[in-house]
Design a protein. Sequence first.
Length: 318
Amino acid sequence: MVQKNQGVKFLDVGHGDSSIIYFDNGKVAVIDIVNANKLLTELASHDIKVVDLLIISHSDADHCKGVNEFLQKFITGGIVKNICFNLDRRKLSITMRLILKKFLEIYRKEHIVLLNGQIDTSVQKKELLSSDNLTLFLIYPNMSESTEAYLKDNTNDTSIVCLLESKVCNVIFSGDLEGHGWKNLLGRMPELKCEVLKMSHHGAYYDEKNGIGLGQILDIVQPTDVIISSGENKKYNHPNPLTIKLLKEKNINISLPSLRIDSFALDIMSKVQDVKKSSITFAPEAGTQRMRNVINKGLTEEDILNGSKQAFIGGWNK
């Protein structure tokens, strides 16, 4: 979704999530940080010196491992006004412990606002940031849902879920929310709809055994487009082939953040080649072969040409 001076950018961070929302009044929200330098480059390209809101959906590393580096570098010349997060683990990971220490450090030095990433059970959503044309809401978890997931030690089901409402379309940023969390959310917000859905857990597949199935989620939310942000991860094999099959059956458009042209990118394309597509962007890593060799990217011009050819054969024409 893009209009003049506003839009949403899903960054290429491999197996992880990182999104930027540009509001029409100049405000900026960032949801999750995996690669600090990519985020810094994107913000610098728009001359952004102020991030109005930083949201950490949950404490898994593939959503937050770049937070400290970003804050360390950005606040030397920029400002982060608000940080929204939850304490979602009984035993903190080393990464999250360091992040929380950083939050407290800059809170004391810079007087930023630290926001609780939960809503009261008396409301369905909470406004986080807005402009004339856009409003960003926190819609999950409420205190009950967060407590339930915490007792089950389920970090994914404590994911902060946000809804961006606009005159153009609605976007749901679903973190890594799993079937049971979706069941709770849609149970109290059965009218929730969006045109664009950032797929949970990098294209994972959910059946009805643990809450609500992915097919039911899609039927209720009714997206026309989905975003799958995934990279090489043999443990989880994302995106799940069953997810791709289901999206194909429902004729839902798949968009992928830019991919490095390698065997994994081609494997992703082969999985989605029969599904309605929008566009795909490859990242060549550097402008010349010499520079790719210097920075040790292991990517050749032959790889780039072959990847482009395979994308075209697979039906990607823009």
